[in-house]
Write a protein that binds this ligand. Structure first.
Ligand SMILES: [Zn+2]
Ligand SMILES: [Zn+2]
Length: 224
């Protein structure tokens, strides 16, 4: 039994049920003692494969077991969407769910927002995503980071929210860029042998989907 077996069991349970598997359920499924599961989960959390609160798996990106502003409805399963990035990623990762309904509320004005998100093309709409925390600080408090990767009606609602919260602007992108960012980022998390991207591979990916600048750890390109 390796940590990778435990990681896969967690991910597959989230994918199938939309919920975090309990330690005793994981132990029974894997045929090991609960303490063995707990220590594997601890090591997986240290390696940033998941986020724990006690024995509970709070996040195994792009899956979450706590509400962070998004729901994602498939044909038979309902997931908490994590953040905007994670919610848009689910149809790319869940092979049985070619399209999902992503629902949220604009943090600026409270309006209900929803999109049918599939694999072939970005959803249409003028809404924008605002990410507050730069990539270099994502893991300082990853639950807070995800909680502040939200979708807004448009730029005026982002500005209203920033004003109200006393926060300064992070990074704003349109729906198409968000969809491209989400489309391949989590590739491999539901299959054995997953390895996390190193910083240079991550930077190349961000650039390839159209993200720019130091927020993403990318050097500014010369103008012209
Ligand atoms: Zn709004
Ligand atoms: Zn997230």
């Amino acid at each position: 039994m390796t940590d990778e077996d435990v990681r896969l069991a967690v991910y597959r349970a989230f994918a199938a049920d939309g919920r975090a598997p309990a330690v005793d359920v994981l132990a029974a499924g894997l045929g090991i003692a609960a303490d063995g599961v707990r220590s594997a989960l601890g090591r997986l959390a240290d390696a940033r494969h998941l986020v724990l609160d006690g024995d509970t798996v709070v996040m195994a990106h792009p899956f979450a077991s706590v509400p962070l502003g998004f729901s994602v409805m498939g044909r038979r399963t309902l997931w908490w969407g994590g953040c905007a990035w994670d919610s848009f990623a689910l149809p790319h990762l869940l092979l049985d769910e070619p399209e999902v309904l992503v629902a949220s509320r604009c943090p600026g004005c409270g309006r209900a927002l929803s999109w049918v998100v599939g694999r072939d093309a970005p959803p249409e709409g003028d809404e924008v995503a605002h990410f507050l925390v730069p990539t270099a600080h994502i893991w300082d408090d990853v639950v807070r980071t995800c909680g502040h990767q939200r979708l807004f009606c448009g730029q005026p609602c982002v500005d209203a929210w920033l004003d109200r919260e006393g926060e300064s602007r992070g990074y704003v992108m349109d729906l198409a860029t968000l969809w491209r960012l989400a489309s391949r980022w989590y590739d491999g998390r539901l299959t054995p042998g997953y390895t996390r991207r190193d910083p240079s591979t991550a930077a190349a990916y961000f650039r390839s989907v159209g993200l720019r600048g130091p927020f993403w750890g990318l050097a500014e390109e010369p103008a012209g």
